[in-house]
Ligand binder design. Structure first.
Ligand code: ATP
Length: 360
């Protein structure tokens, strides 16, 4: 196998102070060529710190960082085949779209005709050819975002770092740009390392996601792995909505376990990789992976406490007999009549293999 585009081994960053801030604690990660890789986590978890070390703006306190097998430690930022798109687009407002896109290439001393050709290609790529001569101070936020992307892509970096580049855009534009960014990454074949605290953004665009918390990487996987198979409580809680169900391991067969629920009923659940859990555990069950039915039919009996209509779907809030709450989400269909009303005795059910045992 060829060396990873970016490989971090026990990468650590401590900002001295009283007390010291451990911004990144021994993070290890391999990002492959041509991947759309996302660093996802709440504010302050160390995402930007990791990105800035890859760019060369920060020095690791310890650990190693390599690019295609080559040590990056002593390589200054401008010698790294890496470019960054910042949250604030950092464009020159009095320069035109074309001049902004060509700026980096001019700094690199590229010949005029090559710059012209590349700028033309880049404007085409981000669909800004019609606005080549407009000053960037006079175009919309979404258009500025495209120019910033084109400028960063123009020198054909091997790796593009994107630090929350969509956070200044409104909701609709953000959605459009998510698809656009994914398209750009696929078309250029450049490795994208994208930082966000927005889980939906991460799920829609990424090939793989690293979920971070307090300077550590909690789980790395594809969007479906992360969503359907969260390995621990933090990941299950941070991404999407989850029901946490108390359970007891009855039999452990490696990948799967038989777990007994508070009702005494037993169901098959998935085990986190490499975990040898016994005794009391917590099960994560997504609201849309469960259903409600007649009281005796399902796994967990309770009372329907609230029904909330959301247009696309309905949320059924259930007060379980064990004292915990559970939310079931069900997609709405036209002309549907609900079989239950608030206050009814019902039960929550989910299929074998749907529940995920969590490492606490
Ligand atoms: N130059 C610095 N000096 C001291 N502490 C810093 C410095 N830069 C970052 N930190 C601290 O390091 C931790 C990680 O910061 P970082 O910016 O990497 O987080 P983040 O996940 O990118 O957050 P956000 O989403 O808010 O940008 C935080 O506790 C932050 O306060």
């Amino acid at each position: 196998m060829t060396a990873a585009a970016i490989s971090a081994r026990n990468l650590r960053k401590v900002y001295p102070g009283s007390p010291d801030v451990v911004a990144l604690a021994d993070a290890s990660i391999d990002i492959q060529d041509n991947e759309f890789f996302t660093l996802l986590g709440p504010s302050g978890c160390g995402k930007t710190t990791l990105l800035r070390m890859i760019a060369g703006f920060e020095h690791p306190t310890s650990g190693t960082l390599t690019m295609h097998g080559e040590d990056l430690t002593n390589l200054p930022p401008y010698k790294r085949p890496v470019n960054t798109v910042f949250q604030s687009y950092a464009l020159f407002p009095h320069l035109t779209v074309a001049q902004n896109i060509g700026f980096g290439l001019e700094m690199l001393g590229k010949p005029k005709d090559e710059i012209k050709k590349t700028v033309g290609e880049m404007m085409e790529l981000v669909k800004m050819s019609q606005m080549a001569d407009r000053q960037t101070g006079q175009i919309s936020g979404g258009q500025q975002q495209r120019v910033a992307l084109a400028r960063a892509l123009a020198p054909r970096p091997k790796v593009l770092l994107l630090d929350e580049p969509l956070s200044a855009l409104d909701f609709k534009l953000r959605k459009d740009m998510q698809l656009e960014l994914k398209r750009l990454q696929t078309e250029t074949g450049i490795t994208f390392i994208f930082v966000t605290h927005d889980q939906e953004e991460a799920l829609t665009m990424s090939d793989r996601i690293a979920v971070m918390s307090a300077g550590t990487i909690r789980q790395i996987g594809g969007p479906r792995d992360i969503y359907d198979r969260p390995a621990e409580r933090f990941v299950a809680d941070f991404i999407g909505d989850t029901n946490f169900v108390p359970a007891q391991i009855a039999a452990n067969t490696g990948n799967d376990a038989q777990v007994t629920l508070s009702s005494g009923k037993t169901v098959t659940a998935k085990m986190p990789e490499g975990a040898a859990l016994t005794g009391k555990v917590t099960l994560a069950v997504r609201p849309e992976h469960a259903s409600i039915g007649a009281e005796a039919a399902g796994l967990l009996p309770g009372r329907l406490s609230e029904i909330v209509y959301f247009g696309t779907d309905t949320h059924f809030h259930v007060a379980l007999d064990d004292g915990t709450g559970f939310v079931v989400r069900s997609q709405n269909r036209p002309n549907e009549t609900l079989p239950f009303s608030t206050g009814d005795r019902i039960s929550v059910d989910f299929a074998p293999g749907v529940g995920q045992v969590l490492r606490d």
